[in-house]
Design a protein around this ligand. Sequence first.
Ligand code: HEM
Length: 420
Amino acid sequence: MADDSAINVAGAGGLPATPKIPDHVPASLVRDIDFHKRPNTLDDPFSLTERMYEDFPPIFWSTEGVPGRYDGCWVVTHYEDIREVYQNDALYSTEDAANFQVLVGETFKMLPLAVDPPEHGKYRVLLNPWFSPRAITEMEPKIRATINDLIDKFVDKGEADLAYDFGRLYPVRVFMDLMGFPAEKLEEFLQWEYAILHSDFVEERIKWGIGSAIAYLRSFIEEVRKTPQNNLASHIVHGKIEDRPLTEDEIIGTMTFLWVGGLDTVAATTSLMFRRLALRPDLQKVLRDDPGLIPNAIEEFLRTEPLVNSTRLVKADHLIRGVQIKKGDNVQCYNSMGNFDPAEFENPREIRFDRPSNRHFSLAGGPHRCLGSHLARRELRIALSEILRRLPTFGLKPGSDRTAVPGLVAVPRLPVVWPV
Ligand code: HEM
């Protein structure tokens, strides 16, 4: 999924050089966090946050903003604080989250993300059946076939780009099939999505991406309206909330947010996971020797690859750890730190498939916990088990670029080789 912070991964290209800092923010709490969102070639691309518990206060003001939304925001980094922000919907609202559509003059809300409980619940009631564990189990044969179809293309070659030719493609195919989108839109969808989420704050690119997506979705909705089908798009267009049809705004808002959220989150996680495994044949061996560990492994890869840092709008003045927070401020839950809080996770930077409890924030928390979490987990499990089943031990192709980004863009290319 893609929250506002998703576009923060790339840096501050289109923002004012001197960000405005509100009067109630003490200068001693202002920090620039851009340094650890930059592309790097480290084994663990997220390790740049490692020293932040020592070097940064537990709550600080980040000077990084989001075009059209805010110039800066509070950042909480400790597990307990993040959990409180996610769970306390009376104090922290999602109404302003992921509002890319306002950049192109749209006034609909991104649903179900941008509404608070109790209203939020009725949109989840509409969508939950399509994302329940049972529904995902029904999708499993198709997911497995999609994955194996891609693996067939490279299994005999001894090399493949596991990001571009695999991770980038299979979740999008699964998502497009679930929604009922025509398969031939795939490359175009990916271009629009990339412009929205990875365009280094260049407002014109974001506008182009979201504007193109909304225009297409509106025409697609009209087609679905004429011809009902057995897919999620049709369920939304012809669906009911509390016994009434959805309004135009609710339909386009739900379709748009699903489109933004469903496209490349699993892709990024997949590529990061295989990058890690390519660098760590010992971890591959552990999973090949005991495939029963795969569900735990997926949880551990999710924890150590927190793609999104979600932001909430503050509804009333209050204090966090003695710091004055004002109504209208934004607070970002820094999953890139909370998932590595030593108070919650023993040896947090170590990848361990035997953690007794692994309640990370990569799929957020509280009422807006990721709707697609069961689908994402199942896709990742199948991808991991099929790659391990069909490929022998693989490693990064010598001399290849090993750049990764600690965020949604993740790993654009991942050439790996194996003996044939
Ligand atoms: C590894 C993959 C994924 C990750 C890391 C991820 C992450 C997240 C996060 C962090 C949120 C909360 C955003 C916030 O609170 O501001 C979220 C919400 C959401 N995600 Fe995902 N997501 C993933 C996969 C998916 C998929 C595959 C879909 C749909 C096909 C999806 C649809 C949604 C929706 C609709 C919400 C909003 C839920 C609500 O507001 O109730 N996500 N996701």
